[in-house]
Design a binder for this molecule. Structure first.
Ligand SMILES: [Zn+2]
Length: 347
């Protein structure tokens, strides 16, 4: 089966590779339709590793996918052949201690698509547990279905924040994840979301959504903007979605007394942390690792029209042009949010 294979750092190939196609009792087989290009896929391409996950053998990329069920295992009752679905890319051990606590995203045994040594799904077919496969409502397209995975991180961040209706949120970083976080925060009840970045283009994409206000860090500091917006009180919730170590300087001064700081971005190196700044305001600090139990909620929000992810899809490539899609993603154009690859032949 043809797949997009990362042979080694910097080398992609669209070539035949053997991928397991046995449909277990609780699995479904999916004809892949659309796959989003994720920052992590791009990072494996350019660096060959993310932290402890190092590419040591050729690996198929891709983990943000939607498609159609073409085969179901004998035990599967929740899905049928022909169902349009999206998939949650991490498969935990369901009998693990973490899974039993409902925290299957932090199960140490989780196997996650396109994280070495686990293959991703930039290929015509994938086999996946039905328990982590979600039917798309009729009004949700395949392209939107493939956006559920990155949006799920925003959903997890908003959930971890424990937003209260009317909260004012601040999001550091207007990259794809920062925008997803801002949209989930609004859907979760925030009255307004301030988002900061150095890129006017990225901010323009974010601020096109009602309720999101752009703060250009070339013109002002986020602290000054939040001060003005909240009359010196601070944001109820501050989401760190830039992954930049610099964002931690003065981070807790952005949070109102008793508010929350939610860490979403993953700095490459350890960062300095102002413990006194956090303690003096009794800031509640939350962390976000992927997501758990949010895919169905994300789909409900998209189907209801409360969250529109379509404007964030800024380019679509045919499967045969997958490598071009990745090379464009490496360019990191500020006007690009999400590039997608159409694996299914349109008919
Ligand atoms: Zn992703």
């Amino acid at each position: 089966m043809q797949a997009l294979v990362l042979e080694e750092k910097g080398v992609l190939a669209l070539r035949d590779i053997d991928l397991p196609q046995t449909v277990g009792l609780d699995d479904v087989k999916i004809a892949i339709h659309t796959v989003g290009v994720c920052g992590s896929d791009v990072h494996y391409y350019t660096h060959g590793a993310i932290g402890p996950y190092v590419l040591r053998a050729p690996m198929v990329l891709g983990h943000e996918a939607a498609g159609t069920v073409v085969e179901v295992g004998k035990n599967v009752r929740s899905l049928a052949v022909g169902d349009r679905v999206c998939m949650e890319p991490g498969i935990p051990d369901l009998s693990s201690r973490a899974s039993k606590l409902g925290l299957y995203n932090v199960d140490p045994a989780v196997r996650f698509w396109a994280t070495p040594p686990v293959h991703g799904i930039l290929a015509p077919y994938a086999v996946h547990p039905a328990a982590f496969t979600y039917r798309l409502p009729d009004s949700v397209s395949f392209a939107e279905g493939a956006m559920v995975e990155p949006f799920a991180i925003g959903m997890q961040a908003a959930t971890r924040a424990r937003i209260v209706p009317g909260d004012v949120a601040a999001v550091i970083g207007a990259g794809p994840i920062g925008i997803m976080v801002a949209l989930a925060a609004l859907a979760g009840g925030c009255s307004r979301v301030l988002i900061s970045d150095f890129s006017a283009e990225k901010l323009a994409i974010a601020a096109a959504y009602p309720g999101i206000e752009a703060v250009n860090l070339k013109e002002t500091t986020f602290a000054a903007a939040i001060d003005t917006a909240t009359r010196g009180w601070g944001a109820d919730v501050v989401f760190e979605a830039s992954g930049s170590g610099k964002a931690f300087e003065g981070l807790f001064n952005l949070v109102r007394p008793g508010g929350a700081a939610v860490l979403v971005g993953l700095p490459v190196d350890p960062v300095r942390f102002d413990v006194a700044g956090a303690i003096s305001r009794e800031v509640r600090i939350e962390t976000v690792f992927r997501y758990a139990n949010v895919f169905d909620r994300a789909l409900e929000l998209i189907a209801s029209g409360k969250v529109d992810l379509k404007p964030l899809i800024t380019g679509t490539y045919a499967f045969k042009d997958s490598i071009a899609a990745f090379d464009r993603a490496v360019e990191a154009r500020p006007t690009d949010v999400k590039l997608q690859i159409l694996v299914a032949e349109e008919g």
